[in-house]
Design a protein around this ligand. Structure first.
Ligand code: THU
Length: 139
């Protein structure tokens, strides 16, 4: 199924509805599109012990990989405080960028964010993670 960036951002908003963030009250949703056109939703999942918290982006990646999907085209991410519509820019954290480096072609993989002004910010993984470390460094 073909997905526009706008549609993928709407999927990320749906994913955010499942956020479990009772501590930070910062709710994040991600929609990861595979090259075959399948969408995996992810939300952040917090923990009373704090450090086991998993970000929305990694939830989406780990769901996909655990189901055998490893070819990714793009990810849309939305985040904001509970009770807000999450239209302000929410960029992926460094740990999630590193996970993307493991599984994505950094020049081709696209990251789609809300820009806070009813528009979208679209960039490649390479743009958001310059001089990154990836499996190719170990070859
Ligand atoms: N969080 C994400 O899910 N993704 C990000 O890229 C930034 C941070 C989550 C982790 C935590 O549950 C909450 O947002 C506040 O840091």
């Amino acid at each position: 199924m073909h997905m526009t960036n706008r549609e993928l951002l709407e999927e990320a908003k749906k994913a955010r509805l499942r956020s479990y963030a009772p501590y930070s009250k910062f709710q994040v949703g991600a929609a990861l599109l595979t090259k075959e056109g399948k969408v995996y939703h992810g939300c952040n999942i917090e923990n009373a012990s704090y450090t086991p918290t998993n970000c929305a982006e990694r939830t989406a990646f780990f769901k996909a990989i655990s189901e055998g999907d490893m070819e990714f085209a793009k990810i849309a991410i939305v985040g904001g405080k509970e009770g807000t519509s999450a239209d302000d820019l929410c960029a992926p954290c460094g740990v999630c960028r590193q996970v993307m480096m493991e599984f994505c072609d950094s020049e081709k993989f696209q990251i789609i964010l809300s820009d806070g002004k009813d528009n979208m910010k679209v960039m490649s993984l390479k743009e958001i993670m310059p001089y990154g470390f990836s499996p190719s460094n170990l070859k």
